[in-house]
Design a protein around this ligand. Structure first.
Ligand code: PRP
Length: 194
């Protein structure tokens, strides 16, 4: 069989520029999983805590990559909403969905799609530590160094990207584009459509 053309997604026409390709993402996830597997080799299991909604795609790929590194993973999700944090820098976060169980003495890795201002993560790390996790680290697929407002330790970072609005791979614009397998910048015409 010859090389098949990539199927087109409905979203491709809305994308001005690809920031991180599907192949780059998948290669990076394998690298991150290998690194985590080495760092956590002495632990029986790792508890991944995904931050909804954005992290659901990265969580699915990262968990499977880690499993292939023979690390058993447990999975939890939280959903939080920042109370206008972007406007006020208040960093006040409301829990929309809490952990389903106790995380005391667990080795937790927070799985985030993107660290933007860092406010969500900064709050979340304090919260998880207050729940007596044995350790808490972070894996973030994307980070915007120029948008950081609070210093937050992210041990595992996929890609540092410029401070521009991106969609795809879990990240949305008005709840669309989360299913895109790559990260891209929208065409300006998309914004004038809504
Ligand atoms: C995004 C992202 C992070 C947060 C990062 O979530 O998934 O959780 O923002 O931003 P910060 O570093 O400035 O705090 P969002 O609030 O857009 O919700 P969603 O994941 O449901 O789309």
């Amino acid at each position: 069989m010859g090389e098949q053309p990539q199927p087109q997604g409905w979203y491709d026409a809305d994308i001005e520029r690809i920031v991180v390709s599907e192949e780059q993402i998948q290669t990076k996830i394998d690298e991150l999983a290998k690194q985590v597997a080495v760092d956590y080799a002495q632990h029986d299991s790792v508890l991944l805590v995904g931050v909804l909604k954005g992290a659901f795609v990265f969580m699915a790929d990262f968990a499977r990559a880690l499993g292939r590194q023979t690390r058993p993973v447990e999975i939890e999700f939280m959903a939080v909403s920042s109370y206008g944090a972007r406007a006020t820098s208040s960093g006040v976060v409301r829990i929309l969905k809490d952990l389903d169980r106790d995380i005391a003495d667990k080795h937790v890795i927070v799985v985030e799609d993107i660290v933007d201002s860092g406010l969500t993560l900064s709050w979340l790390l304090k919260y998880l530590e207050s729940r007596s996790a044995a350790s808490v680290e972070v894996v973030a697929l994307l980070r915007k160094p120029d948008a950081i407002k609070v210093d937050v330790a992210v041990k595992y970072v996929g890609f540092d990207i410029p401070n521009e609005f991106v969609v795809g791979y879990g990240l949305d614009f008005a709840e669309h584009y989360r299913e895109m397998p790559y990260i891209g910048v929208l065409r300006p015409s998309v914004y004038s459509r809504v």
